[in-house]
Write a protein that binds this ligand. Sequence first.
Ligand code: ATP
Ligand code: MG
Length: 560
Amino acid sequence: MTTEPVAAEAGRDFIRDIVQADLSSSKHSRIVTRFPPEPNGYLHIGHAKSIALNFGIAQEFAGKCHLRFDDTNPTKEEQEYIDSIQADVHWLGYDWGTDLYYASDYFDRLYDWAEGLIKAGNAYVDDQSQEEIRVNRGTLTEPGKNSPFRDRPVDENLDLFRRMKAGEFPNGTRVLRAKIDMAAGNINLRDPVLYRILHAEHPRTGTKWSIYPSYDYAHGQSDAIEGITHSICTLEFEDHRPLYEWLLDKLPVPSKPRQYEFARLNLTYTLLSKRVLTQLVRDGHVSAWDDPRMPTIAGLKRRGVPPAAVREFVKRIGVAKANSVVDVGMLEFCIREHLNKSAQRRMAVLRPLKVVIENYPEGQVEELEAVNHPDDPAAGTRKISFGRELYIERDDFMENPPKKFFRLSPGNEVRLRYAYFVKCTGVIKNDAGDVVELRCTYDPATKGGNAPDGRKVKATMHWLSAKDSVPAEIRVYNQLFSNPSPSAANFAADLNPESLEVLHDARIEPSVAADNSGEVMQFERQGYFVRDKDSAPGRPVFNRTIGLRDTFAKEVGGKG
Ligand code: ATP
Ligand code: MG
């Protein structure tokens, strides 16, 4: 596994260099790029790389970037995907203005051009079965075999192609192929399929068409129609470039775009294949496309990841020409870095253990002042209630602690953040012998968290008032896959059984429960959290966006 090096100069790469050179030499006066998703699934973080590249170049060089749906396969495409893709591109902070297109807008023109290819002797209707076509295509070391239908007369080809269009033939019985070279070293040039018969209703063209263009035929011609100057795609299309250029050369296209390839994003612990992501949803391994464990843009958004952190991540990894795998830790770093600055601090107890402060007066409540952001005084302060009964985090207490455990244990004194020093004086257990409640005393002289006599404690812990805190469900997410390089073929075996932990009895501050801003908050010592759309009145649900490198880990000791 290699980690892609951070681009030497973030924001500069070989594609931007080409664009710059083309502007300087006046080859182009205005740059036009496009992002061309097939609407057969939701966008993922890999697409974010392509979006940031295409829209980013348009922004930086005062050009424009089109959003074009590559909707040539109606059996797999849905309006839901079209809608989600638009929402996700906007969420990432990019906009296509009025330049929203569909490959299906060009079906008539593509068809006419295909007739032109036939008339010029550059395409023919092949009656071989799919299997025969596959076998006769040859291999990397063996040339292909000419189809017995390759030398059909033009009139016959034209007649058959028109009847394919008219819906006369069943699916899979005939295709239109480019007539290039069955012995070409590049398999993509061995008479590639341009049209196939597909009796399927299309979300936009309905039942008008019984034939649909292949990706290779539709893509370059759509680029040419739209005046795309730089058609940027991932490396797997490098071998398609000669075909892309062959078609542009043979057809009366209004412009000649150039295709450039870059390395797709791969991430550790992550699969970025729409086939796999679709299956994860269909087979119920996740709740939906926007399940916060998914690497989809919708999943990242629901998890509380700020779009700026995604943009920063994409900028840091840069754009290279060689495939590699990026450590998912890099993405997590960008998320933490962003949220550490932006997120307000609150307290929440994820796994509560009750504490009774025996020397605190019954019925008394104090409002203590808590800081909202340690590095941002403008974020202000808030009041939190302290009382006789509190909750602390269950694993902040140990009855028989090892030597380096500085948090609460019988006889040991700790600081409750923003409140007082407390000392554990007793432990209450249930019949099974589990600790269910602690008895403590507090030192009234330590209000605010400092002892006037200068005595020190080695741990500071978060807490909440039992009476004034609010119950909440908190969902803690871990990597969806436990294997750093999960198998796309057999992904189910690599799923992490602990990718989701639901904490039903968590407690949060009342202000957190009431917050509808959608902003991510830091729950001190626990990480970053955001309200989930599953929240109902009286039952707030929070997602953990990401864990924390405990900011006062040293002080607390042991807790990583
Ligand atoms: P599949 O997952 O089935 O390979 P796809 O992700 O390529 O599908 P498209 O909708 O065709 O699906 O992708 C749209 C654009 O996003 C393409 O230009 C593609 O090159 C780019 N893209 C897709 N995956 C990545 C990735 N992991 N990194 C960078 N760009 C990507
Ligand atoms: Mg694709």
